[in-house]
Design a protein around this ligand. Structure first.
Ligand code: GLN
Length: 494
């Protein structure tokens, strides 16, 4: 099998068995980036030379028999994680030339375990978007195509570059961040697995902030097991993030293939929402049947406040972003456009530095936090958020895990929905509630729809019970036998 089609688990054993070297493995990926990135635009900053050098060191570590879980494994890093000495842009003009002098905790953990970073992946500007079309470095193209149709599709967002890179074989896995769906929805659109851990499971230290009460880092890969391997490295307590939770990191890989006999799977009535495409509805039914066949008990549950999820998210997230992005003032970080007065400099800098979607969100956020509106919008949204969380807590008294669709439709054509922000926000209708509640959730590809595009199902679990997600996800993965590959991929480009 081609080196760019292997899973992380298989590549790790291949390296140990000397079937190929880390240099060969990494070279196959950086060559694939050279060949395909001009079209896909999945990477903002490929790091070819540094990756080849790190691969050489990985081979020495392997030769000494000191390999760790990710030694020599080529990964893409969403360009929202600060990487020491490597440009980190958040896909924004305001950070176009920002080179962090420190490493984020998540990437430091991956480096500790031997991973080789092949580049910084594209995203929606400051992770705000669902289609990877708001990046200051241009849109990302989904490597998948509709049957008999060459139209460029969106990879989803905001971790669209990570999803496209992993799907196309330009990385074996990648980091993502998920505030309202940014790991799960692009994973669904690109036919890969994406896991958003419980809020507090992975440190946010060194990850550029969008909405601090929602942001969470997680793995994206081509198998459930690979996500378990990556999460094992990424997760853990970090005293530099006050919201990081100090509890043990279990052996995630041990959950793969665990028996599901007697597991109670909840099907929330409210996710049969308007706008759910017939093919995704059918995939959901199929998923239910598979889990039943694996010994699960299927239970109907209700999450009555789901319908307020999007509306409250689009108050809370912009509010927090307007506060977080206040730091980009032209003085301390990033670009500066001079002005006659301090205020003129702020205005010119922020006008030139932020794209239209980021400006829209800062304005919405500033509005809902302003005197007179704070109680009506922000405080109200926080109260509704509590009700959303309570829905989940009550459901998890009856069931162990929830099964829902990840997104209402498969990937759509680049340019569609771009002039209609509300339509774009509806992409997150199924992912946002778990984010608001801080619950872990994962998307698994389960099949292809009528037009040949991948469809994903979402699993939502109890706080810090990523293991049940991985166990259930691996059962779905096995039943689905999803081995389809996108039209544009490293192996096909040779
Ligand atoms: N699409 C959602 C938004 O634009 C979620 C993005 C994310 O999870 N970072 O806010």
């Amino acid at each position: 099998m081609s080196l760019t089609e292997l899973t992380i688990a298989d590549a790790a054993s291949g390296l140990r068995a000397r079937q190929f070297s880390a240099v060969e493995l990494v070279r196959a990926h950086v060559d694939a980036i050279d060949a395909l990135n001009p079209r896909l635009n999945a990477y903002i900053t490929p790091t070819r030379e540094a990756a080849l050098k790190a691969a050489q060191q990985a081979d020495e570590v392997l030769a000494r028999g000191e390999a760790r879980s990710l030694t020599g494994i080529p990964l893409g890093i969403k360009d929202l994680f600060c990487t020491n000495g490597v440009r980190t842009t958040a896909a924004s003009n305001i950070l176009r030339n920002f080179v962090p002098p420190y490493e984020s905790t998540v990437t430091a953990n991956l480096l500790r375990d031997g991973a080789v970073f092949v580049g910084k992946t594209n995203l929606d500007e400051f992770a705000m978007g669902s289609a990877n079309i708001t990046s200051a470095f241009g849109p990302v193209e989904n490597p998948w195509k509709r049957n008999g149709d060459d139209a460029a599709l969106v990879p989803g967002g905001s971790s669209g570059g990570s999803a496209a890179a992993v799907a196309a074989g330009l990385a074996m896995g990648a980091t993502g961040t998920d505030t309202g769906g940014s790991i799960r929805q692009p994973a669904a659109y690109c036919g890969i697995v994406g896991l958003k851990p419980t809020y507090g499971r992975c440190s946010r230290f060194g990850t550029i902030a969008y909405a601090s009460s929602l942001d969470q880092a997680g793995p994206m890969a081509r198998s459930v097991r690979d996500c378990a391997i990556m999460l094992q490295s990424m997760a853990g307590f970090d005293e530099r993030d006050s919201t990081s939770v100090n509890c043990d990191v279990p052996d995630y890989s041990a959950a793969i293939g665990r028996s599901l006999k007697g597991l109670k799977v909840g099907i929330p009535a409210e996710y049969r929402a308007e706008g759910l495409s017939a093919e995704i509805g059918a995939a959901w039914q199929q998923g239910i049947a598979w889990l039943k066949a694996a010994g699960c008990e299927i239970v109907d549950v209700s999450l009555p406040h789901t319908k307020y999820g999007l509306a409250t998210y689009y108050i809370v997230a912009p509010a927090e972003c307007s506060s977080n992005l206040a730091r980009y003032d032209g003085l301390r970080f990033g670009e500066r456009v001079p002005g006659d007065t301090l205020d003129a400099m702020y205005e010119a800098t922020r006008r030139a530095g932020f794209g239209p979607e980021v400006r829209r969100r800062i304005m919405m956020g500033t509005y809902v936090l302003s005197a007179g509106y704070y109680d009506a919008y922000y405080l109200k949204a926080q109260k509704v958020r509590t009700l959303i969380r309570r829905d989940f807590t009550e459901a998890f008294q009856k069931v162990d895990v929830l099964l829902t669709p990840t997104a209402p439709t498969p990937a759509f054509v680049q340019g569609e929905q771009s002039d209609d922000p509300v339509q774009m926000y509806l992409n997150d209708i199924f992912t946002v509630p778990a984010s608001m509640a801080g619950m872990p959730a994962m998307s698994v590809p389960v099949g292809l729809g009528a037009t040949g595009l991948p469809l994903g199902l979402q699993l939502i679990g109890r706080p810090f019970d990523e293991e049940t997600l991985l166990a259930t996800g691996s059962a779905l993965e096995q039943a689905a036998g999803f081995t389809h590959r996108p039209a544009i991929r490293a192996e096909a480009a040779k």
